[in-house]
Structures are given as C-alpha cells and as structure tokens.
Design a protein around this ligand. Structure first.
Ligand code: ATP
Length: 505
C-alpha cells in the first residue's frame, strides 16, 4: 500500500476513561475508498475508536493522521468526516428536503477574490438556493429517495429514515463516512436490504466507509477489510475470507462463524495431535511452530467429512441433528468433546460415525498464552502480593543457592541473610491453577465473567475483578457471561521469577 493512498492512519492510539483503558495501542492504516469494519463484542471499544476518528473524543495517547496531517486535536466540524448513528437523529418537525439540506444551509464555502489593492484574499459565501437544490437531489438519488423531498419524516419507515440520515451525511461530500451500527434499529429483512444498498452506495460514492458492528455476518458480507477487536485491542486485520479461513487466535475463530476449537499439540512430520488422535496438517503451517508446542486447532463445520465407522481419523456418535435449509448441522460426541459438522446427507441421531478433515482445513493457531502474568512483590512476612491479594507462595525458588534456616530466615550460599521484603517479582499463574466457584466465601478474589470461549471439551473463561485484574482459566462447567464468581488459585502452581532490574534484596 502506498503512503499516498492512506486516508486515515491511527498510530498507537489509546483511550482511557477514569483510568480504565478502553482502547489500547490501536494502530491501523485505512486506504482511500476502502470499506473497513470494526467488529467485536459489545464494549470492546469500537464506538470509542470511531468517535476519536470523528473528533468527539480525544485520544489519551497516540496520533490520528488524515491524509498525512495530524488531526488528533482538531474539532469534529473541521474534519471532512460525517457520522451516521444507529438512531437516525433526524429533525421530526422538518420535511425531508429541509432535513437533508440543513447542514448545507449553514455551511460557509471559501472562495478566492481580489481586494481593492488587487491582492488575492479568501472570502466566504453561502450556497445559493439552486446549488442546495441540486446537491439535495443528488444525495436523495444516491439513497434512492428522489422525489420524496416534501414528505414528512414521520411518514417514513425505519429503513427510509436511515437512508435520509445517510443522504444528510453525504450531501456534505465527506471524504470519510463513519457508520455506527447504522442498521441496528431495523428488523432483519430491512437490515438485509440495507446491507446491499449501503454496499451499492459505497461503490457509487467511492469514499471511505468505516463501519461499526457486532454482527459478524454483516461484517463478512459488506467489508473490504475487517478489524476484529476484543477488550480494546485489535485481534486481527484482514479481508473477510482471510479472517474466516485463517483466524489468528481462538477468540477470532469463535467470534467469526461457527467452529469447533480444541487444545492441540504439534507433533512430528507435519502432524498435530488433538481429540487424542494424530491428524495430518498443512506443512506450510509448521515453520511457525515447534514440536510439542501447545496450540489451538480450529475446525469449521463445513470442512468435516462424515464417514462410516473406523474409516476416518476419529470415531464419534451423532448426538443431535438440525435441518438448516441447505444442509444438516450435527453435534457429534467424541468422548467428552463435541464437534460441529455440516453435511447435505441425513444421518440418524445415535449413529456411530468416523470423521476426517482435509489437512489444509485444519487451522492451527498459536495460543496467545496459557498463563496469566502479574506484577507482584514480597511482603514483610515473606508472602507474595499481586492482583490486590496476598498469597502463600514458596519464595525460596527465587534464590537457587539459598536455604531457609530454623528461624525462617533465608540464607545465601555464603551464609549471609537475604531480606526479600518489597522485592518486585513476576508472577505466572497458569490457567490450570485457577478454578471458579459461585460460593463467594471460597476466596477473597471475586469478579465477573466477561468472556467465554468453548474449546471443544471445556471453556476458556476470563474473570475481571472490580480492580480490573483479569484471570483466565479453563473450566469444564458452563457458566454465563456476567456471572459473579470467586476465583480460587492453587498457590502451589504459582511460579515466581525475579524482575531484571527490579529491587534487589
Ligand atoms: P457497543 O457495541 O456496546 O457500543 P463498543 O465496542 O462500541 O460497544 P464502546 O462504546 O467503545 O464499545 O465502549 C468501550 C468501553 O468504554 C465500555 O466499557 C464503555 O462503558 C466505556 N465508555 C465509553 N464511553 C465512555 C465514557 N464517556 N465514559 C466512561 N466510559 C466510557
């Protein structure tokens, strides 16, 4: 991508509200004429990012460039950017013509003229009535509502009102149109229609669209580029097909389309082990991984081949079937794990089958992490404080040569006492060291479940405390988002390491 084609560039943009980071280190270049969609669950920071591009919010750190110029601090009305919201915010007392022309009537347009001394000066004038009429006509034509000028807003359907809101935005000839869940208030049928119309308008106008939605299907059908976000951070940027076929992590795979996700281990000879079997995978993937590396494996339902028993890689039992119009969707039990498969062939529930997947359809992804990491320190009674709680952890592991004497003092190899009080430490808590309970007395740490990803035979759950500490853990039990739980940590599984450059004892 050439630099000159970039219209908007967000560089390390972050936004905090009252000390909470809601957008973190967001870096993205958007090209002229591109249809870019910010996709992610509610609260992941999509709207905040859009509002920073529009100028309604200022970044806490980072820079926003428009055509190479820093606009981070420019007020909204000075940006060649218009926004369309979910609620159309039309003036109900004005007819369509007056709604669409509203901004144009107020606009002052610069023109060059000569003063008495013959110098060129810039003056401002308003649009003439004729110019306004022409521009309104063009805008209404684009949204397919030409001839509706005199109609009252109240007589229009939701879809038509949203089209008027679009006409009102494009009449100003913005370089960029921001659309914040613009179809969110419409019913499903109208939504589908408007998706096609918006795509068509984007083509006709040739300007950049930045679109916000939490609807993955909408993002996949409309966008040139999708930016998948979670928890204020970009997870993946790519074309819809790339995001669908090659999700970079379990969150993206789970959020985009249906899939079965498993814990896997890289094996020798381009094979990966999951569901207790070895599967041939795409050799192209193997440069990225080491033998024995733990990975996430994604299988899309349409890639599963259902065969007669013992003819595939793994055997299972059809647990349920639903007819979906063009195919059947099956849940297949494989031991304790489940797999979703699509097929045009009808199989009966309870049938024993065997499954295989083409090697290039086995998507292997790096595990982002399998542990939680915290900054901690050693308290005066030689415990470890992190995540706003105190834990009884063996701190002797930090001093390989040292021993503890009968008085509980740590003595180094030379016989000198070590006082570790206040020493900073890195704390690693593996996912498997944590469990959760609805018994709130079970632990001092409590929080709300903010995300759940199903990984074939268990869930990966993230719990966030009031102090914004996150704990990721694996559990076989089904919890719900927003459940308030206590977080129980197995202290024997906590690993400590010394921070390089941290306070020496
Ligand atoms: P949704 O789809 O629900 O609109 P979103 O991805 O657009 O979600 P944002 O609206 O950007 O998310 O919100 C991100 C987080 O920032 C949320 O936790 C929200 O409560 C918080 N937030 C947004 N605006 C403010 C504000 N003005 N003051 C404090 N917190 C805010």
């Amino acid at each position: 991508m050439e630099k000159k084609d970039i219209i908007i560039s967000l560089q390390n943009v972050s936004k905090e509200f009252d000390g909470t980071t809601v957008v973190e280190d967001f870096t993205l270049d958007i090209t002229k004429g591109e249809f870019v969609t910010f996709l992610g669950p509610s609260g992941c920071g999509k709207t905040t990012t859009l509002r920073m591009i529009a100028g309604f919010e200022l970044p806490t750190t980072g820079t926003i460039l428009l055509n190479g110029q820093d606009i981070s601090l420019l007020p909204p009305y000075k940006r060649p950017i218009n926004t369309i919201f979910q609620r159309y915010a039309l003036f109900s007392h004005l007819n369509i013509y007056n709604n669409v022309s509203f901004g144009l009537k107020l606009k002052k347009i610069p023109y060059e003229t000569k003063d008495k001394k013959g110098n060129t000066v810039i003056k401002y004038r308003r649009y003439t009535k004729k110019e306004i009429q022409e521009q309104v006509k063009i805008a209404l034509n684009i949204v397919d509502l030409e001839g509706f000028e005199k109609r009252d807003i109240a007589t229009l359907s939701g879809g038509q009102q949203q089209r008027i809101a679009i006409a009102r935005a494009i009449v100003n000839k913005p370089q960029i149109l921001l659309l914040d869940e613009p179809l969110g208030a419409l019913d499903l049928k109208m939504r589908k229609e408007m998706q096609f119309e918006l795509k068509d308008m984007h083509k006709k106008l040739g300007i950049t669209f930045i679109y916000v939605t939490h609807d993955q299907e909408e993002a996949l059908t409309m966008s040139d580029t999708i930016v998948v976000m979670n928890d204020g951070k970009i997870q993946q940027v790519g074309k819809p097909k790339e995001i669908y076929d090659e999700p970079v992590n379990a969150f993206v795979a789970d959020f985009i389309g249906e899939s079965s996700i498993y814990n896997g281990t890289i094996a020798k000879d381009n094979r990966v082990r999951f569901l207790n079997k070895y599967w041939n995978a795409d050799p192209a993937d193997f440069d990225k991984f080491q033998v024995n590396e733990k990975v996430d494996v994604v299988i899309r339902p349409e890639d599963v081949v259902i065969k007669t028993i013992d003819k595939g890689v793994v055997n299972g039992v059809i647990a349920s079937k639903i007819f979906k119009g063009t195919h059947y969707e099956y849940i297949i039990n494989i031991g304790k794990a489940e797999l979703i498969a699509h097929s045009t062939i009808e199989f009966e529930e309870g049938l024993k089958v065997s499954l295989s997947v083409e090697s290039n359809n086995i998507q292997i992804m790096k595990k982002p992490f399998i542990s939680n990491f915290y900054d901690g320190y050693i308290t005066k009674d030689h415990k470890v404080e992190f995540a706003n709680s105190v834990f009884d952890v063996d701190i002797l592991s930090l001093f390989p040569e040292a021993k503890m004497n009968e008085d509980g003092l740590i003595i180094d190899a030379k016989g000198n006492e070590i006082d570790p009080t206040d020493m900073d430490v890195d704390v690693e808590v593996p996912f498997d060291a944590i469990s959760i309970s609805d018994d709130l007395d079970a632990s001092d740490i409590q929080g709300r479940i903010i995300s759940l990803i199903y990984l074939g035979d268990h869930y990966e759950v993230m719990v966030r405390t009031e102090e914004e500490e996150d704990f990721i853990l694996n559990t076989p039990d089904l919890w719900n988002e927003n459940d308030f739980v206590s977080v129980i940590i197995d202290e024997s599984k906590i690993n400590l390491s010394r921070i390089r450059g941290g306070k020496k004892p």
